[in-house]
Design a protein around this ligand. Structure first.
Ligand SMILES: C[S@@+](CC[C@H](N)C(=O)[O-])C[C@H]1O[C@@H](n2cnc3c(N)ncnc32)[C@H](O)[C@@H]1O
Length: 262
């Protein structure tokens, strides 16, 4: 399945998550996280990166869809050493069901919690994640928003994929519904030979506001939540640095992390 390879190169940067997010965990809990659960793991790139860090680092990836899990095993887990393989697990499971094993840190990346369209499902997920965390433990949610994230339009970028060549990726935003806060998104790819992969990935998301998510985390039992927000320079341009922030000016669009602390 070529589309997962293209997605991994176009969308993901798993080293960023494994380098930076544990530093925030350490700051929030005074502990090093070793046990990590990757929710909505897809092809489990972050879990694979996680177990490379030391022989104490273990990871479990959860996803509902058997297809990315198969690709994860065939293409990503297969490249790990036997030692690393023994420290990673992948499971087909709904993240709204708690795991019997407890973790230091759980991550839900690429806006995956937006898949829950109503508060009941969102809260069920947050409660299950809370019950699956050790104390102290952290739930990292990668989220996005701002007017530029809901306006209809296309954004194109090109990148190289080993063995494939220069690929064009088009991110398409459809019509946002201001009443339901639901929007559809698509990722299309154009391959070097001109092949067009229409709707390689499609998302039907509720664009939750940060305050709504924080209140739901609180209702699920999290002791506190912290917003990691991109800082801006004197010209108002994003610096790439995320810092805990309680109030901000609205940018055109944002990607941020919301951390629930147990
Ligand atoms: C946006 S993709 C994210 C892939 C990857 N985590 C990333 O960061 O790029 C969403 C994934 O969540 C999975 N998914 C959707 N609902 C789920 C649920 N309730 N429980 C577990 N996985 C779910 C889908 O199968 C899909 O692989």
């Amino acid at each position: 399945m070529k589309k997962y390879l293209l997605y991994e190169h176009g969308v993901q940067s798993p080293r960023w998550q494994t380098d930076y997010l544990p530093q925030f965990h350490q700051w929030l809990t005074r502990k090093t996280p070793y046990l990590f659960r990757e929710d909505f793991c897809g092809t489990a790139r972050i879990s694979c990166e996680w177990v490379k860090q030391s022989d104490r680092h273990r990871a479990l990836g959860l996803d509902l869809d058997p297809e990315p899990l198969r690709i994860a095993r065939e293409r990503n887990v297969s490249k790990l050493t036997d030692q690393e393989k023994s420290r990673i697990g992948l499971k087909r499971q709904d993240v709204r069901t708690r795991t019997s094993q407890k973790f230091d840190m759980i991550g839900a990346f690429n806006f995956s919690c937006f898949t829950f369209l109503n508060r009941k499902d969102l809260l069920t997920y947050f409660k299950a994640a809370h019950a699956s965390l050790k104390k102290p433990g952290t739930l990292f949610l990668e989220i996005a928003g701002g007017p530029g994230f809901v306006e209809p339009g296309h954004e194109s970028r090109k990148f190289s994929v080993p063995g494939v060549g220069k690929v064009e990726q088009i991110w398409e935003q459809h019509q946002y519904d201001p009443i339901t806060a639901i929007n559809d998104y698509s990722i299309h790819f154009r391959l070097p030979d001109g092949t067009w992969l229409q709707d390689a990935f499609q998302y039907h998301w509720r664009i939750w506001g940060i305050s709504e998510l924080r209140e739901a985390l609180q209702d699920a039992g999290f002791r506190k939540s912290v917003v990691l927000w991109e800082q801006v320079d004197r010209r108002g341009r994003g610096t790439g640095e995320l810092l805990p922030t309680e109030s901000a000016e609205l940018p055109e669009s944002y990607v941020a992390y919301l951390v629930g602390v147990k």
